[in-house]
Write a protein that binds this ligand. Structure first.
Ligand SMILES: Cc1cc2nc3c(=O)[nH]c(=O)nc-3n(C[C@H](O)[C@H](O)[C@H](O)COP(=O)(O)OP(=O)(O)OC[C@H]3O[C@@H](n4cnc5c(N)ncnc54)[C@H](O)[C@@H]3O)c2cc1C
Length: 392
């Protein structure tokens, strides 16, 4: 019997597991993940801002088709690709015939001095919770320290993660001000971005609307401002210091460090895959989700950005291609059409561009209503994995 090993129980890995189970193969399917739970990475900013609890965004992966998928809780340390074995921290090496690598993303510091030591990233449940504790403890400390830096927050980067975090933060802050009895006028939020634009994936008017909304709630944006250093109490850009004792680090992500350790030809731990999502020279090995880079023909071959939405479509394609390989049939090419992009601005607001029913641009409370009424949430960039696994 052939063994199919799936690494990572994020959007890509879980979806691939479901698809392979439904293919009813005579094969052993093993899903390896370092935690017994799946977390909704697309909702980590809510845990970090304290508007959701970890249990709201996690569920036990051992509940997913338990009779048909062997779940192994362990950390992948490396892949011995020549020997077709996955090396694990606490178990013996795991041999595979087919590999679906979906180990996901990690924080990217771009080598900026002090970013790793002093920035608080949002990359998993532990880091999101740590960021929340930092925020709350600094605000609470002000009452005894009277250090105004305790009331200052700097968010590094102005991409999706930062903007969604800021939306939650400005919604929650008035409640924290009341709870801790803080001087509201002394609270300061800065968002620092190296690029000249905020939310470049949205059409400029919509992105500008989001910026105005956040500015109206007290956020100061600094674009074209490359960060050169992160100190324990300040973010520095070419000599200018933005003082803050809470520094949220969300400038970007890279793929899992296991990619570089396993000898892949990679850039920022993302591997350019073939058009059927397999790896050059290894037809039985597929990379999906944030560890892969799929050239986008509509963007001169530049890779699609890593998103939950594309991870799921990739998982469907790669799972079908594993089935094809086992059955000796040709694999199919990966085809992707984004159905839309939604960026929340706290629990009651957001912006969206949808391509599902013609091109629609939405802003304000209607976006959150839309979130609630969309049934197949996997098709939009606001994935709820449990719903997704139950659908289709
Ligand atoms: C705050 C935030 C908001 C976002 N919002 C959106 C959005 O609105 N829409 C959207 O489409 N995308 C969004 N994204 C991006 C999206 O979350 C990622 O693209 C997506 O999670 C990638 O899925 P994945 O399955 O490749 O990896 P991941 O979700 O990173 O899952 C990887 C899994 O592998 C496990 N793992 C990692 N390393 C190891 C190891 N060494 N051993 C064993 N297990 C391991 C992890 O624990 C995890 O379970 C957002 C991201 C963030 C951080």
């Amino acid at each position: 019997m052939k063994t199919i090993v799936i690494l990572g129980a994020g959007y890509a890995g879980l979806r691939a597991a479901k698809k392979l189970v439904h293919a009813k193969l005579d094969a052993r399917i093993v899903l390896v993940n370092k935690n017994p739970y799946h977390y909704e990475a697309t909702q980590l900013h809510q845990v970090a801002a304290g508007t959701k609890e970890p249990e709201d965004i996690t569920f036990d992966i051992r509940d997913v088709e338990p009779q048909k998928v062997e779940v192994l809780i362990d950390e992948v340390t490396e892949i011995d690709r020549a020997a077709h074995k996955v090396l694990l921290k606490d178990h013996e090496p795991l041999a595979y015939d087919y590999l679906l690598n979906a180990l996901g993303f990690e924080s990217e510091t771009f080598g900026i001095k002090g970013a790793e030591e002093n920035g608080w990233p949002l990359v998993d449940v532990d880091t999101a919770l740590a960021a929340r504790r930092r925020l709350e403890s600094m605000l609470a400390r002000y009452n005894t320290s009277h250090d105004e830096n305790d009331l200052h927050i700097v968010v590094c980067g102005a991409g999706f993660t930062s903007i969604e975090y800021l939306g939650e933060l400005v919604w929650r802050l008035p409640r924290l001000v009341k709870e801790y009895g803080l001087p509201e006028e002394k609270i300061r939020i800065d968002c620092i971005e190296a690029a000249p634009k905020i939310l470049p994936m949205f059409e400029p008017k919509l992105a500008q609307w989001a910026v105005k909304y956040l500015e109206g709630h007290g956020v100061n944006f600094h674009v074209s401002t490359p960060i050169t250093e992160v100190k324990p109490d300040a973010v520095v850009s070419n000599g200018t210091e933005y003082k803050a004792n809470t520094v949220i680090w969300a400038t970007g992500v890279r793929g899992s460090e296991v990619i570089a350790k396993s000898g892949y030809d990679q850039k920022r731990n993302r591997v350019i895959v073939k058009d059927d999502l397999s790896v050059e020279g290894n037809p039985n090995e597929f990379l999906i989700g944030d560890v892969s880079a799929v050239p986008n023909p509509a963007a001169d071959g530049r890779p699609y950005p890593g998103t939950g939405q594309i991870s799921i479509v990739q998982a469907d394609c790669a799972a079908a291609n594993v089935v094809a390989r086992i059955k000796g049939k040709p694999t199919k090419k990966f085809v992707y059409k984004s159905l839309g992009t939604v960026c929340s601005l706290g629990p009651h607001c957001g912006i969206a561009e949808l391509d599902a029913f013609g091109h629609m641009k939405l802003k304000g409370a209607v976006v959150q209503i839309l979130k609630k009424i969309v049934n197949d949430r996997s098709v939009l960039e606001m994935t709820d994995i449990k719903t997704m696994l139950e659908s289709n």
